[in-house]
Design a protein around this ligand. Structure first.
Ligand code: HAM
Length: 425
C-alpha cells in the first residue's frame, strides 16, 4: 500500500513555479482565442458513463481500459471525463445553444484516463479544447490550424512542432478501406505483434499508428485511405490543402494518421514534436459531423481539437525562450529596519497598491541588516527596494534603491508615487 503522503499514480502536484508557467501560458492562449472571437464554456467533470459508451467507440483503448467509472450512491454509473468534446456537445444540445451565434467555443480543465504513466502521459491531465459547430466548409479547419500556429508562434515554439494531416473520409469509405486493410494485414499476420494481431479483429485502423518500427515498414505497402474517399470528402480535403498552401501553413500529409477516438470523419490532424519522446502529440483533432446525432441532437457539422497542457509546458520548459517571461519577480520590495516601523510600511504598501493595482508589492517582515535584505531582494528578481529606518521616519522620506540600475535615492513620501510612476509606467 502506498503512503498517504504520496499522490495517486499518474496524478501530478502542480507547484508554484509550474503554475506560473501555466498561468502565463493560459493568458497567451486566452488572448489568441479572444482575438478570433472564441467564447469560453465549462461543463462537468463527471458525466453518465453511457454518454461515453455510445460515442467514444466500442473498441477504442479509452473505452476498453482507460475510463474511470464508478457507481454513485443511487447505483448510477458515472465516469470521470476522459476527454472534453463529448461533454461539450452534450452541453450544447441540452442547453439548446444556437450553433450559429455561439458556435466557436473553448474550455480548459482536467481529463482522466487510466493509462500507463510516463513522461507526457498522466492519468489526470489537462486539455485546452477548441470546438466549432455548424460550419461544414474546410475554411474552419484552416482557422483552427491558424489559431494553433499563432499560439506556437507567440510561444516561440514554431520550429519545435510540426503538423500532420489526413482524411479518413466517410463511414462508408472507412468500411471499404478497412475491408481491404484487413485482407492486407492478414497476409502478414505472423509478423505482427500481439496487440496488432488482436486489433485486426477489433480496431484495424489503430494498427496504422503503431510505434513498432517493423510493422511501420510493413505498412508502407498497405492500402492508403485517401484512395477510398468519395468525391465530397476528396473535394473537402483537397480544398483544405489548397487553403493551407495559400496562407503558408506548413503540413505533412500522413496517410496513416488515425485518431484514438471513433467519432471523427474526414479531416484529422495532429501537431507533433520530436522533443518529448514517445508521447509526442501536443494537439490533436479533426472533424466529427455525426457526434451531435449520436448524442440525440440534430445533425450539426463540427470540428475541433485539444491541446495537452502538460505536454505543452514540457515543451516550453525544454525548448522555448519564452520561459524567462514567466519567471517570478517582485516590482517593489519593502523593508523596515525596526519593528516599530511596521505599521508605517504597511500603510505605505497599501497606498502604493491603491494607486498602482497591477504592481507586485511584497513586505519583508523580518528585521535584519540592509545588505542581507538587498541580497534577498536581488534573489527574488526585484526592481525596486523601499527601505525605511528611523531616520526616514523622522524626515518623512523613503530610501529607494533601483536594483536594476543600482541607483539609490532618498525620496520624500509625498513625491514617492510620482517617482515610482516614472520607474514603472
Ligand atoms: P486526444 O488526441 O485524445 O483528443 O487528446 C488531445 C491531446 O491531449 C493529446 O494530443 C495530448 O496532448 C493530450 N493528452 C491525451 N492523453 C493524455 C495523457 N494521458 N496525458 C497527458 N496528455 C494527454 C481528444 O481528446 C479530442 N477530444 C480532441 C478533439 C477536440 N477533437 C475534436 N475536438
Amino acid at each position: 500500500m502506498k503512503s498517504i503522503k504520496q499522490s495517486i499514480r499518474g496524478c501530478s502536484d502542480y507547484l508554484p513555479e509550474y503554475m506560473r508557467i501555466w498561468r502565463f501560458l493560459e493568458t497567451k492562449i486566452i488572448n489568441v482565442l479572444n482575438s478570433y472571437c472564441y467564447n469560453e464554456i465549462q461543463f462537468p467533470i463527471i458525466e453518465n458513463t453511457e454518454l461515453f459508451q455510445r460515442t467514444i467507440g466500442v473498441s477504442t483503448d479509452i473505452l476498453l481500459k482507460e475510463m474511470y467509472s464508478f457507481k454513485d450512491k443511487k447505483n448510477n454509473s458515472i465516469t470521470l471525463r476522459p476527454e472534453g468534446t463529448i461533454g461539450c456537445v452534450r452541453t450544447i444540445i441540452e442547453n439548446k445553444l444556437n450553433s450559429i451565434t455561439e458556435n466557436r467555443l473553448w474550455y480548459v480543465g482536467p481529463m482522466f484516463r487510466y493509462e500507463r504513466p510516463q513522461k507526457g502521459r498522466y492519468r489526470q491531465f489537462n486539455q485546452l479544447g477548441i470546438e466549432v459547430f455548424g460550419i461544414s466548409e474546410p475554411e474552419i479547419e484552416l482557422e483552427l490550424l491558424m489559431i494553433f500556429s499563432r499560439l506556437l508562434h507567440d510561444l516561440k515554439l514554431s520550429n519545435s512542432v510540426y503538423l500532420e494531416i489526413n482524411s479518413i473520409g466517410s463511414k462508408r469509405a472507412r468500411r471499404l478501406y478497412i475491408k481491404d486493410l484487413v485482407i492486407f494485414l492478414k497476409k502478414y499476420e505472423k509478423k505482427l505483434d500481439i496487440d496488432s494481431k488482436k486489433r485486426i479483429y477489433t480496431n484495424p485502423l489503430r494498427i496504422l499508428d503503431t510505434k513498432n518500427k517493423a510493422i511501420q515498414s510493413l505498412l508502407k505497402e498497405a492500402p492508403v485511405i485517401l484512395d477510398y474517399l468519395d468525391e465530397k470528402s476528396k473535394f473537402h480535403f483537397e480544398k483544405l490543402c489548397l487553403l493551407m498552401n495559400k496562407v503558408n501553413v506548413k503540413y505533412k500529409i500522413n496517410t496513416r494518421l488515425v485518431r484514438g477516438l471513433d467519432y471523427y470523419n474526414d479531416t484529422v490532424f495532429e501537431w507533433k514534436t520530436n522533443s518529448l519522446g514517445s508521447q509526442n502529440t501536443v494537439c490533436g483533432g479533426g472533424r466529427y459531423d455525426t457526434l451531435f446525432q449520436q448524442i440525440g441532437g440534430k445533425s450539426t457539422s463540427a470540428v475541433g481539437c485539444a491541446v495537452g497542457i502538460e505536454r505543452l509546458i514540457l515543451l516550453i520548459r525544454k525548448e522555448s525562450m519564452i520561459l524567462k517571461e514567466a519567471a517570478s519577480f517582485i516590482d517593489i520590495y519593502l523593508f523596515f529596519l525596526k519593528k516599530e516601523i511596521y505599521f508605517i510600511v504597511l500603510k505605505l504598501a497599501e497606498n502604493i497598491r491603491t494607486v498602482f493595482p497591477t504592481l507586485k508589492i511584497k513586505i519583508d517582515f523580518l528585521v535584519s541588516n540592509i545588505s542581507n535584505k538587498l541580497r534577498k531582494a536581488n534573489r527574488c528578481n526585484t526592481t525596486v527596494a523601499l527601505i525605511l529606518g528611523e531616520k526616514e521616519v523622522l524626515t518623512k522620506t523613503v530610501l529607494v534603491k533601483n536594483l536594476k540600475n543600482n541607483m539609490q535615492m532618498i525620496v520624500s513620501k509625498k513625491e514617492l508615487i510620482k517617482y515610482l510612476k516614472k520607474i514603472f509606467f
